[in-house]
Design a protein around this ligand. Structure first.
Ligand code: GAL
Ligand code: MG
Length: 990
């Protein structure tokens, strides 16, 4: 047999691996260690990334009776390491959320288990071999791996997101050595890695050798006790494991490189500490020498405190977690993510004022935490445990079966192993403040044990486990080591009543505001609650990025993204993986811009004649050096003037007042946009719109009225009215109560209209849309009962229509009484009083759709923009006179859905020569799109959309909010359309 069957044996988790210890990279010289920019610079770091020989076998059965030497000669392909097979053309992509991808029969996995055999060589000299021991490190292999050196099996390991280390010393020879690694797609660990993601395999994180001194320290801890009152820290180096006693010395440098302390004591005191926070990520360099090895640790001094009365604090100041859940996922490389890309993501998070990360749902590569220390994030580090699939077994009670494995002592070791491998390597990391026992695995004695083990490993940091929510009712579940109560997607009311009014522990949302598709619309509501209750320490949005696979490329060579089911997989969860704040290629979703606005560090308001600027950061001082402030004055949405503002200094958590010189302007709505610019990136940091004088808004001059001395000539039969003037020709359908055509100077401007209640369902309409379909909102038939035409003046004709909209086989949805007034100067006023049938579900929208034929795709609007906005998702938008195009108004969700709505609009024009204008005293919202609502409802991927001949303009008097019901609570009633009377009034000018 090629290998012993460890992969279906939960008593054999790791064979011949080294004991877990803190992550570090030794150097052979102190200066070198201090100066190194990356670990590759260590002379004993032997990078094994790069191309390896590779053979993929769709079933392990094909090679079980071969021997490794034979197999090593049979390679015909190469594969980059790190990578996942599925992104390199092997096997197939598969996305499943809760359901296990394999038959549930632990510890057994399919006999036809796909495998990849990786081989490469490396050369070691006599000198390298005699001076060092050599250890082989894998930072992530999915799902398990066997390792051979020179055809001798060295060992085995599993836990996809854990570091495994093998001591190769006894197996190596001078000169060329052959390293082979057999990776299996499935193993007994698969039952513990049921995370909601694409299931990918292979050596997906770095591999390297480290030369270690024969006499060495294997494991050490840097304890820090930081007293923020005294700005003093006590540092203690604890040796946990060593192969021999070696001498020790240390030197500590500040960020500028100035020596602060040095000596040979394992404990020392530091004064005048420059402390670390996510806002001010100041890192010292601690150089350690253990015998012949030098290690440079970057550490920050900080103190986290947590209790139910004051919540979470850092260095004595209240800290709310404005966090995000982050999976490792890129469309081209899948779960394999380079540090450059991690940095790119983290910088993007910083730019959007995210201050915390939950490493959902597994630990990251060690270098990731160094980035978090450097850039400043609070990290909730999660163990690689998810057993969610037990709730989908047949007829065992769904969620009532959650605790099946959590409470089965056979699996205690498996869970403890996973929890400790997420803690032990990272106990010296500055940014980690709390350990999470895993995700969605139920509760029971194994997690009680895991929590106590986590406490023993690190009594200082806090412990989290949301699965406690599934603890047995009527059972004495142990929660003394649980530092917080945690929930995902509860309603606000539930949070308040069950956890906040009389809190027993601090409370956190490990997931909320599910950012799937168009949304989330409830960020502000959660934030209000967090601010209201000290015990509510914050939360993490689900989630950072859309997960995708690349299906092909378009003509511009841009990738076309796919999701579950697009790779031919039978069991999948569709686009449920498209739920990030950024698109797969890191284009920003509007939801992230809303988040950014909500957590803007600078707030502005007007008090009497002053502009008050408030700094809500606890540790950052803003000055003219690091913050530029621009004041843009707008009258009726148009910029009249702008100036820069000198702020001198705004201390943390404080305000300044600046006298306001209000420009002298005529009548109208005077507003101030306060825009601050990011200290480093020069990007917009925060933007706030303030209204100075609430006066009647003046409609812009581009909403011009025309004059005409024409008169209407009228023809009618039972089917239609025809109105004719010198320039205009109108056909009105008496059977549908709608416009058939509107022609100006022989050019068609409008070629049809209809009332619309339907919107292309957004992901957050996932549940409610069933009732919309049931109620037939998508297939409403207009029925006209009565039409009447009255020529009020020679220039003005009024058509009244009594009608309803009724779906096939259902009752009336809405009754309408509409007056269409046609003027010879090109105006059409439309006024409707509608009665919604309250037996019916709440409406997605109430609006009029017009098929317009503009000459260009230019759009100008006086309303909320520039980003799409809805009643509950409009934080990032502001009121102004915007000029854009139909193409730019489209928000390209990977799975098409309602998008690009703009509320609070007073005027709108489309086309170059002001082809269609709509204005009203009551603001409306509009969409103008190259895609019909039907297309957006039915097409599965954005790259499959086909532009229609002419755009569709929809003017809504009502448009429902978006919420986050794709996984979160139902849309707040405030944002639903469930009133009985719906009024609609607009005027078009053609
Ligand atoms: C949670 C889970 C996440 C993800 C999310 C839905 O229940 O913890 O992993 O599945 O729901 O997108
Ligand atoms: Mg899950």
């Amino acid at each position: 047999m090629l290998i012993p069957n460890y992969y279906e044996d939960i008593t054999k988790l790791h064979i011949h691996t080294c004991a877990q210890h803190n992550y570090f990279i030794p150097f052979s010289d102190g200066k070198q260690a201090l100066a190194a920019k990356n670990r590759q610079e260590s002379p004993v770091f032997f990078d094994l990334n790069g191309n390896w020989q590779f053979s993929y076998y769709s079933s392990i059965q094909e090679i079980l009776s071969a021997n490794i030497a034979e197999l090593e000669t049979m390679h015909h392909h190469e594969i980059p390491v790190p990578s996942t097979w599925q992104t390199q053309g092997y096997d197939q992509q598969m996305y499943t959320n809760i359901r296990y991808p394999i038959p549930f029969d632990p510890p057994y996995v399919p006999v036809d288990n796909p495998v990849g055999l990786y081989t490469r060589t490396f050369v070691l000299s006599q000198e390298q071999l005699s001076s060092n021991d050599w250890h082989l490190f894998f930072e992530g292999v999915d799902s398990c791996h066997y390792v051979w050196i020179n055809q001798t099996l060295v060992g085995y390991s599993q836990v996809s997101h854990a570091i495994s280390e093998f001591d190769l010393t006894d197996y190596l020879k001078v000169g060329e050595n052959v390293l082979s690694v057999l990776v299996l797609k499935w193993c007994d660990g698969t039952y513990f890695e049921d995370q909601d993601k694409f299931r990918q395999s292979g050596i997906f994180r770095p591999v390297y050798l480290l030369g270690r001194a024969k006499q060495r320290v294997n494991h050490y801890l840097i304890h820090q006790d930081y007293d923020y009152h005294k700005k003093q820290a006590v540092v203690q180096i604890e040796i946990v494991d060593q192969s021999a006693k070696v001498d020790f010395e240390y030197a500590l440098f500040d960020e500028e490189g100035t020596l602060q302390s040095k000596g040979t004591d394992y404990q020392f005191i530091l004064n005048n500490i420059h402390e670390w926070t996510a806002e001010t990520p100041y890192l010292y360099r601690l150089l350690l020498r253990f015998g012949h090895e030098w290690i440079c640790e970057k550490i920050g001094f900080r103190k986290f405190e947590l209790d139910v009365k004051q919540g979470l604090r850092i260095n004595g100041k209240t800290l709310k977690l404005h966090g995000v859940n982050q999976h490792d996922s890129w469309p081209d490389t899948g779960a394999s993510v380079s540090m450059e890309r991690h940095r790119q993501d983290l910088l993007l998070m910083k730019e959007h004022h995210i201050n915390a990360i939950r490493t959902s749902h597994y630990p990251k590569s060690p270098e990731f935490y160094q980035l978090c220390d450097e850039l400043g994030f609070y990290v909730l580090n999660e163990a690689d445990v998810e057993i969610h699939g037990v709730v989908t077994l047949y007829d065992v009670g769904g969620d009532d079966n959650y605790n099946m494995i959590a409470n089965d002592s056979n699996y205690e070791q498996v869970i403890i192993d996973r929890v400790s491998s997420s803690i032990v390597p990272f106990r010296n990391v500055t940014s980690i403040f709390m350990w999470s026992m895993g995700n969605e695995s139920g509760f029971g004695k194994n997690f009680e044990k895991a929590l106590s083990v986590a406490y023993e490993l690190d009594p200082v940091r806090f412990r989290h486990y949301e699965g406690y929510f599934h603890a047995y009712k009527d059972h004495d579940n142990e929660d003394k080591y649980l530092s917080v109560y945690s929930r995902m997607y509860p309603t606000l009311k539930e949070s308040e009543q069950d956890y906040l009014i009389s809190p027993k522990k601090p409370y956190i949302l490990c997931e909320y505001s599910h950012a799937m598709g168009n949304g989330p619309g409830d960020l502000a509501a959660y934030d209000e609650l967090m601010e209201k209750y000290p015990a509510f320490i914050g939360g993490f949005i689900w989630e950072w990025c859309d997960h995708a696979v690349i299906l092909g490329y378009d003509k511009q060579n841009k990738p076309q993204f796919g999701y579950g089911g697009d790779s031919g997989e039978e069991i999948h969860d569709g686009n449920f993986c498209m739920d990030g704040l950024v698109y797969p290629d890191r284009q920003v979703h509007v939801g992230l811009l809303d988040f950014k606005h909500l957590h803007r560090p600078i707030r502005a308001k007007i008090e009497q004649n002053d502009l008050v600027l408030e700094n809500v950061r606890a540790f950052t001082t803003y000055t003219d050096e690091n913050l530029a402030v621009k004041l843009i004055w707008q009258l009726n949405g148009q910029k009249v003037t702008q100036n820069e503002l000198s702020i001198q200094e705004i201390k943390p958590n404080s305000k300044i007042k600046c006298p306001l010189v209000v420009p002298d302007v005529q009548e109208g709505l005077l507003q101030l946009l306060v825009v601050t610019f990011h200290p480093e990136t020069k990007q917009v940091y925060a933007r706030e719109q303030l209204t100075l004088k609430q006066q009647q808004l003046q409609l812009p001059t581009w909403v011009c009225s025309k004059t005409s001395s024409d008169i209407w000539r009228i023809q009618e039969n039972h089917q239609k009215y025809q109105l004719q003037s010198e320039k205009l020709s109108v056909v009105f359908d008496r059977l549908t109560g709608q416009l058939t055509t509107y022609v100006v100077n022989s050019k068609t401007k409008i070629s049809g209209s209809r009332w619309l209640i339907w919107r292309a369902p957004i992901d957050n309409d996932r549940s409610v849309k069933e009732s919309w379909y049931q109620a037939g909102f998508h297939q409403l038939c207009p029925r006209v009962y009565e039409t009447k035409l009255v020529q009020k003046t020679p220039q003005q004709v009024e058509i009244t229509v009594k009608s309803s909209l009724t779906p096939i086989y259902r009752q009336r949805v809405v009754e309408l009484l509409t007056t269409w007034t046609f003027y010879c100067d090109g105006r059409i006023s439309i006024h409707t009083k509608a009665q919604r049938n309250c037996q019916m579900p709440s409406f997605p929208r109430f609006g009029l759709e017009l098929k317009v034929q503009p000459d260009t795709s230019q759009v100008r609007y006086l309303g909320n923009g520039p980003t799409e906005n809805y009643q509950d998702k409009q934080l990032a938008s502001y009121f102004a006179d915007f000029q854009t195009t139909i193409e730019d108004l489209y928000e390209p969700y990977i799975k098409p859905q309602e998008n690009g709505s703009h509320g609070n609009t007073y005027a709108l024009s489309i086309g170059n020569k002001v082809q269609v204008q709509a204005y009203a005293n009551q603001p409306f919202s509009f969409n103008i799109s190259d895609y019909s609502v039907e297309q957006l409802s039915n097409v599965q991927h954005r790259h499959e959309l086909v532009k229609e001949a002419y755009p569709y303009l929809i003017i809504d008097s009502h448009h429902a909010g978006v919420g986050s019901n794709s996984c979160g609570p139902v849309l707040d009633e405030r944002y639903q359309i469930n009133q009985q009377e719906l009024d609609f009034e607009i005027t078009l000018q053609l």
